[in-house]
Design a protein around this ligand. Structure first.
Ligand code: ADP
Ligand code: 5GP
Length: 229
């Protein structure tokens, strides 16, 4: 299976031809220390931006209050998760804070082939694996303004125990050095500004010359009428 996300080619991951007017979808990867605000920002982004689909991961963690199977995650047990690993159904998977998380191949490649951009909200280990497989993906690291603000956000969210919050804060000290692996850094201080920054990245990436649909260019400016497909 080809995993390149180059958008100017007409070849697809599934081998199906595409129409001459579209482009392949872009894979956007967003990571951030827990509690930074990435879920809040990603929800807003998928509401604001057209043709952007938020991938739904599988996880073995328990749903939090208000979370629904098939909306935030597919919540499954370890045994079926292991079986999915064995069947190579994940682009990447990782153990995060004791639970397994994985990104499924199927829906991701379908969307990219349809020219829909895909948003992956995954941890640093997963992001590194995806970047190796999809060299043309766009990686964004979000950071809170400070550790004190991060602690207060985790406490306000009130979804984790005091012990769990301590564990997540401790991990930030390692995670923060991953910033070097990402193409963009966004500091999530004022939420509206962060949304604006993220939207700017998405629109700019969509307009990159390398993502130009060559068929459109050829049909409109290069080929004579009799040469057009
Ligand atoms: P993550 O997905 O990174 O773990 P969440 O999106 O769950 O983080 O956000 C953690 C908490 O911080 C939530 O209560 C959320 O409402 C709040 N939050 C997110 N972004 C901001 C911001 N820019 N300013 C203040 N609070 C924020
Ligand atoms: P949470 O349990 O707070 O929803 O997520 C914990 C961490 O797991 C977050 O950093 C989140 O981005 C990450 N995560 C969610 N889905 C996936 C996934 O499919 N793969 C990987 N590697 N990490 C994920």
């Amino acid at each position: 299976m080809s995993t390149s996300t180059t958008t100017s080619s007409t070849a697809t991951v599934s081998g199906q031809p595409r129409s001459s007017t579209d482009r392949r979808g872009i894979l956007f990867i967003i990571s951030a220390p827990s509690g930074t605000g990435k879920t809040t920002l990603c929800k807003q982004l998928t509401t604001n931006l057209p043709d952007l689909w938020h991938s739904i991961s599988y996880t073995t963690r328990q749903p939090r209050l208000g979370e629904e199977h098939g909306r935030e995650y597919y919540f499954i047990d370890e045994q079926p998760f292991q079986e999915m690993i064995n069947r190579n159904e994940f682009v990447e998977w990782a153990r995060v804070y004791g639970n397994l998380y994985g990104t499924p191949w199927k829906s991701l490649t379908e969307k990219i082939d349809q020219g829909i951009d895909v948003l992956l909200e995954i941890d640093v280990q997963g992001a590194m694996q995806v970047r190796k497989r999809f060299e043309d993906s766009v990686s964004i690291f979000i950071l809170p303004p400070s550790m004190a603000v991060l602690r207060s956000r985790l406490q306000t969210r009130a979804s984790d125990t005091a012990e769990e919050i301590q564990r997540r804060l401790h991990k930030v000290k390692e995670e923060v050095w991953s910033y070097r692996e990402y193409a963009y850094i966004v500091r999530n201080d004022d939420i509206n500004r962060s949304i604006r920054d993220l939207e700017s990245i998405f629109w700019s990436e969509r307009l990159k010359t390398k993502r130009l649909n060559m068929t459109w260019l050829e049909n409109n400016f290069i080929l004579d009428d009799e040469q057009k497909s």
